[in-house]
Design a binder for this molecule. Structure first.
Ligand code: SF4
Length: 485
């Protein structure tokens, strides 16, 4: 049996651009680990390379984000025309299974662990069902990833990833986990064994990235007690790793120091905003803005690059706040921002329900617009065009070369921990990448106003596919003049 697992991708500029980076989707390795061992499996990550449209497989699993749905529908339709059976899974498929059933042979709603093996067994018996929604027993079901199938030559900076936990105990109103995933974690011996015996390392750059990996968890600090025990178990391994976790963990000085000793060199935290009203509007009370400076200094002096993500367009944002963001950041001498986006009301979130019930979704919004870089709603205090102006200005300011120089100059000497300096040096391109989404000067960044990617639009017209509209009721049909020529 020939199986392909494809993680699809479309670039925020809506141009055909690849963006290989340290963090990539690991869903292909995860799904491959749930398929029969004797299957002939190929993994594709479209962020790294194009998907070959002429290869022969029996079964194709698609993993995608909401904004890649139209593109994934095109790929699925092209494969189905050649007799290949296609499967959709993930958060979008779980939330919109009826829509997905039109474009894929089968849809997995819920977690992959119980569903992928059942689906493959049914396929082999010729008894494939339209929908698979078995409940997971627990995170102990998570099987080791097929690390040996990762091809580091496609993406020389990529690091292997592992999950220690799933879900998050917090309830930010814009987060796709809120109300859908309870927090749970894997037994530590399982995680350590997988790192020691299964993980394959990136040997590029003369070993500079060897023995380094990332935790893929949405919030590795969901249980500080678990994280503490995990760090103790990681110390003897002498590996280098990065993770994402929440602000409350950063306030625990002894835990941050322990993470540094356990090999943590990079933490990403969604700070989201430096404006208390915006934090409140997002229900993100765990972020204590008065303590930001202290947590930054603490992390760097423990040998950890702490990087923040910011989003604009929330209901607390005002022109006055957004104009002052560069000044607020300059006051935080050691800040490092590696993500800047526009808050998105993903359809399964409390934020979506709020803006939809208040009639604030923008007309003409389609799934492609839910990408974190396109305004899909009317904020309470800002005109949509103001949000976009601030977003573009901040992307250029924060992703600038002087900002990278400041990053290197201010941080390189802050710790003597092994691999600290190489982590700082590797992070420069990540900071520069903040401006990548705004590199298309004709893009408007407002839902309903930007065309789809040219190839997708042409294929959709040719194949008779309609975009999925997730805007306000009665916002009209997709208009052909949105298609590029
Ligand atoms: S803290 Fe992060 S992962 Fe947790 S609910 Fe909020 S945005 Fe989601």
């Amino acid at each position: 049996m020939r199986i392909a697992v494809i993680s699809t991708y479309t670039h925020p500029t809506r141009q055909r651009i690849k963006e290989p980076s340290i963090m990539q989707s690991s869903v292909p390795e995860l799904i491959a680990g749930l398929c029969p061992e004797d299957a002939d499996i190929e993994l594709y990550n479209e962020k790294e390379l194009d998907i070959p449209l002429d290869r022969d497989w029996d079964l194709v699993f698609f993993s995608y984000l909401h904004s890649y749905y139209e593109h994934t529908k095109v790929l699925s339709t092209l494969f189905r025309q050649r007799g290949i059976v296609t499967v959709a899974g993930g958060r979008h498929a779980s939330h919109f299974p009826d829509d997905c059933e039109q474009y894929f042979d089968a849809v997995i709603t819920g977690e992959p662990e119980p569903n992928v093996p059942t689906l493959v067994a049914d396929f082999q018996k010729g008894q494939l069902k339209k929908r698979y929604g078995l409940s997971a027993k627990g995170v102990t079901d998570i099987r080791p990833y097929r690390y040996e199938l990762i091809d580091f030559s496609h993406n020389k900076v990529r690091l292997p990833g592992i999950e220690a936990s799933r879900g998050c105990p917090f309830s930010c109103n814009f987060c796709v986990l809120t109300g859908h995933e309870r927090y749970r974690y894997r037994p530590i011996p399982q995680v350590i064994d997988e790192i020691q015996t299964r993980m394959r390392w990136n040997k590029n750059f003369f070993g500079l990235m060897d023995d380094a990996f990332v935790f893929l968890d949405n919030n590795l600090g969901g249980s500080p007690k678990y994280l503490r025990e995990l760090c103790e178990a990681l110390i003897p391994l002498k590996k280098t790793w990065g993770c994402a976790l929440t602000f409350n963990v950063l306030k625990d000085e002894s835990l941050v120091k322990l993470m540094g000793r356990a090999g943590c060199r990079y933490i990403y935290t969604g700070l989201e905003s430096l404006n208390p009203e915006s934090i409140e509007a997002m229900n993100k009370g765990q972020n204590k803005l008065s303590e930001v400076n202290a947590v930054i200094q603490r992390a760097f002096s423990s040998g950890i690059l702490l990087s923040f993500g910011l989003i604009v367009g929330s209901d607390g944002d005002t022109n006055e706040y957004l104009e002052k963001v560069p000044q607020y950041l300059a006051d935080l001498r050691y800040f490092s921002i590696t993500f800047l986006g526009i808050v998105s009301p993903y359809p399964e979130t409390p934020f979506f329900r709020e803006v939809a019930s208040e009639g604030r979704l923008l007309p003409g919004t389609i799934s492609r617009d839910y990408d974190g870089y396109t305004l899909c709603h009317r904020p309470k205090n800002l005109h949509p065009s103001e949000v976009v102006e601030h977003f573009q200005r901040l992307c250029h300011t924060l992703g600038s070369l002087p900002n990278i120089a400041r990053h290197y100059w201010s941080k390189l000497a802050m710790s003597d921990m092994p691999r600290y300096r190489s982590t700082i040096l590797f992070s420069g391109p990540e900071i520069l990448s903040i401006r990548n989404p705004v590199k298309n000067s004709s893009r408007r960044y407002i839902a309903g106003m930007d065309p789809l990617e040219a190839w997708d639009a042409q294929q959709m017209v040719r194949l008779g596919l309609e975009p999925q509209r997730i805007g306000p009721p009665g916002s009209g049909r997709f208009h052909p003049n949105r298609l590029p020529s």
